[in-house]
Write a protein that binds this ligand. Structure first.
Ligand code: DAH
Length: 339
């Protein structure tokens, strides 16, 4: 046996005897370290006669690789043994993959709200939040709906107990007054959020639903501005240009008030969504009533505005072909996991 073969055999024996990673490291240091045996062999080469140098170098390297390999094999064995002993001692298997975690998704209303917020943001609108428990003043009075006004009947209202006249807001329109109070005109805002109505629920009515209010205040605002903004909104939602039409609509806080319809984006000549009419009712809107501007502290001689109330719940239903509004807030995972 050559010197190297004997050295290798001895090294392999030591490696096999190691019972820990620390012990392996010590053997590695002894043979392959800075002052180890292999380093010593290499250091001797320059002093050898020239014709012996290449072979000496090659042999030292072969020895080094063989020792490295023995170390690797032993290291893998020790790791396996560590896992096996942990498994049998604790019943825990660190080599198993972790249990699959379930990732949630955003609620479809949240998805649509965020998409619209981005769209309006790109058109220069600010996004506002408003309280869900609202003063009667903001929900009705300041919106040109005084006590005893017949329009109050159509807003089946949840009244809050306690002091002050508090209601669960029946629409997002109170944000109009709050916006006029906190922004200097000209300004544009949208205010998405929950609304509440004390009414019998059915496939198209729920006690809680979502709207997005829009309000633009500027000088010389006309119906043309309103139509332009709504066409841009439609393009953002349906990704193409849709014909629109206005029908008269009555809301105390706008004059004139309209119902805006859009050509059905789902068909050419009638389908179940548009009830064979080729038009879908999209949103109520209008030019802000002078009394509302006054309530917001603005002079109607100087400032004008348009407003709209987009039904977010309805929009989500249209978008995903959902036939019952009550699915939206029922919190049933079988429904929610589809989005
Ligand atoms: N707030 C009204 C409702 O919920 C909807 C509405 C109508 C909002 C006309 C508007 C508007 O901004 O101009 O019944």
């Amino acid at each position: 046996m050559s010197d190297h073969a004997a050295t290798l055999a001895q090294a392999q024996e030591k490696v096999e005897a190691c019972e820990s990673l620390d012990a392996l490291k010590a053997v590695e240091r002894e043979y392959l370290g800075k002052d180890g045996l292999v380093a010593e062999l290499l250091a001797r080469i320059p002093a050898l006669p020239n014709e012996e140098k290449p072979a000496a170098g090659r042999e030292a390297n072969v020895l080094k690789q063989a020792i490295l390999q023995a170390l690797d094999v032993r290291r893998a064995r020790l790791a396996e043994a560590a896992i096996a002993s942990e498994r049998s001692a604790t019943g825990f298997d660190p080599s198993l993959p972790p249990p699959r975690t379930q990732r949630g998704t955003l609620h479809p209303i949240t998805q649509v709200t965020r998409e619209l917020e981005d769209l309006f943001h790109s058109m220069g609108y600010s996004v506002l939040d408003g309280p869900e428990v609202e003063l009667d003043y903001y929900n009705f009075e300041a919106l040109n709906i005084p006590a005893d006004h017949p329009a109050r009947d159509s807003h089946d209202t949840f009244f809050c107990e306690g002091e002050g006249k508090l209601v669960m807001r029946t629409h997002t329109s109170p944000s109009q007054i709050r916006a006029m109070e906190s922004f200097e005109p000209p300004f544009r805002v949208v205010a998405p959020g929950k609304c509440f109505r004390h009414e019998t629920t059915d496939a198209s009515h729920d006690h809680t639903f979502h709207q997005m209010e829009g309000l633009v205040v500027d000088r010389n605002i006309s119906v043309a501005h309103l139509i332009g903004a709504m066409k841009t909104l439609l393009r953002g939602i349906f990704h193409r240009d849709l014909e629109v039409r206005l029908r008269p609509g009555h809301f105390p806080f706008v004059e004139p008030g309209f119902e805006l319809d859009a050509r059905c984006p789902f068909c050419q000549d009638g389908c179940s969504v548009c009830k064979q009419t080729t038009w879908i009712e999209l949103l109520p809107c209008g030019l802000v009533h002078p009394n509302v501007l006054r309530a917001g502290g603005l002079d109607p001689e100087e400032w004008g505005g348009f407003a709209f109330g987009l039904g977010l719940s309805r929009l989500v239903m249209l978008h995903h072909d959902i036939d019952d509004v009550r699915h939206l807030l029922a919190n049933d995972l079988r429904f929610l996991e589809q989005f």
